[in-house]
Design a protein around this ligand. Structure first.
Ligand code: ADP
Length: 404
């Protein structure tokens, strides 16, 4: 099945075109991105399976024009991979928020489109561009099946005691105030890949998945089902991130409003854009944080220790949530590339059966382009690094949704 995967942001469309052989394997035939949509100078980058590239730097007025560029490139006489866009059998759309309604990949019709629209208040920055991508693709590629794959879906198996906040119950019933979680497509992908690598059935494995990037979250997964996750109703809670606070005492915001005159917008900006690693030491990229710490910057060293300590507390908490943990898996920009963060985050967990092999953890400069095990052979809890592949997961889920 030919599946075009689209990740539509407010000013970008990232795409990968897969030839799926069954529900698991998929060859990437072409990929690329349209960026700076709606700005005075746009950008389009495309590469096909043979490495042939195409670049363009003209203005791209809207998503309609952006998707037309993608379709032209896919069918181009030189660098194209299709004779006609009629060969695109399915389009898999990344959609950030599916609320409680969507717990699986879903074929899109008018009613589903309206339901995604109804969830805009839960993800005001993300669902609108996702929806624009869906509407554009339904119009321009009308013969293809369109499937929505939700970031929140994987976490819908959480039990109420994990997803409820201790607010008055009516706020859950009337306003949907609860934990939803994010990065679900990535957690789903690495969880399943990990079980394959371990040679175990998904149903038999309890694991903790740590998606550590600029945004970061952990998920406790029992037998393939998420039972808890660190992001909340919005992507702010939990771990310390590049620019986001993670967990903090919410009453600090009342204090800042009363004593320092912070407005709602300023508070939003503060906790989402100016905090985390950046707030502590001025850099949100861990590569810079390490460099600063190595040259004696005490705040950078503190930021690193704070981030690792928070990670450790979440690992410990999820041992309690799961009862038995067979494996831990690291993924995303930091999880795949930063051996020091992995090491510090697992420090002191040997009492729980986590033993990291320093040589394995640091192999290849600590950067993993392919999956690798970093625990010792006799570690009761296996620790792995598995590079995430959200696009392939969306293609797989799209295939499964249509063929199941
Ligand atoms: P997101 O998708 O949330 O924007 P990514 O998963 O792409 O984030 O991760 C980006 C982050 O990964 C960077 O901000 C940086 O902190 C970290 N990162 C990337 N490469 C490396 C590396 N070689 N060493 C350490 N950290 C890295």
């Amino acid at each position: 099945m030919n599946v075009l995967v689209l990740n539509s942001g407010s000013s970008s469309i990232k795409f990968q075109f897969f030839a799926m052989q069954g529900g698991e394997g998929g060859a990437v035939r072409a990929k690329g991105a349209v960026e700076r949509i709606g700005e005075s100078s746009g950008k389009f980058e495309y590469e096909n399976e043979k490495g042939a590239e195409f670049k363009r730097e003209d203005a791209v007025p809207d998503h309609d024009a952006g998707l037309r560029l993608v379709m032209e490139a896919l069918t181009h006489a030189d660098h194209g991979v299709l004779a006609s866009t009629d060969e695109i059998e399915a389009v898999g759309h990344r959609v950030v928020h599916g609320g409680e309604r969507f717990h699986a990949p879903t074929s899109i019709n008018d009613e589903v489109e309206q339901a995604i629209e109804a969830h805009i208040p839960l993800a005001p920055l993300h669902n609108p561009p996702n929806l624009t991508g869906i509407r554009t693709a339904r119009k321009l590629i009308p013969n293809a099946e369109q499937v929505a794959v939700f970031d929140t879906a994987f976490h819908q198996t959480m039990p109420p005691h994990a997803y409820m906040y201790a607010f008055p119950y009516e706020l859950y019933e009337q306003a949907g105030v609860r934990r939803y979680g994010f990065h679900g497509t990535s957690h789903a992908y690495v969880s399943r890949e990990l079980c394959k690598l371990m040679g175990r059935e998904v149903e038999d494995v309890n694991l903790i998945s740590a998606h550590l990037g600029n945004g970061a979250s952990m998920a406790a997964v029992a037998g393939g089902r998420c039972v808890d996750t660190s992001l909340g109703m919005t992507p702010l809670a939990g771990l310390i991130m590049g620019t986001r606070t993670g967990d903090f005492d919410p009453a600090i915001l009342f204090y800042l409003a009363r004593e320092r005159g912070y407005s709602l917008e300023e508070m939003d900006q503060l906790v989402n854009k100016e905090s985390g690693l950046k707030g502590i030491c001025g850099s949100n990229d861990l590569r810079d944080v390490h460099d600063k710490a190595a040259s004696g910057d005490e705040r950078a060293a503190l930021a690193l220790e704070m981030l690792a300590y928070r990670n450790r507390k979440y690992f410990g908490g999820y041992f309690a949530a799961l009862g038995r943990v067979d494996a831990i898996v690291f993924t995303a920009g930091v999880g795949e590339n930063d051996d020091r963060v992995r090491e510090l985050s697992l420090q002191g967990l040997s009492g729980l059966g986590v033993h990291v092999d320093p040589e394995r953890n640091q192999a290849g400069g600590g950067r993993f382009k392919a999956p690798g095990r970093i625990s010792t052979d006799d570690s009761p809890v296996q620790v792995w690094v598995v590079p995430t592949n959200e696009e392939l997961e969306i293609a797989r889920q799209t295939y499964t949704a249509l063929r199941a």
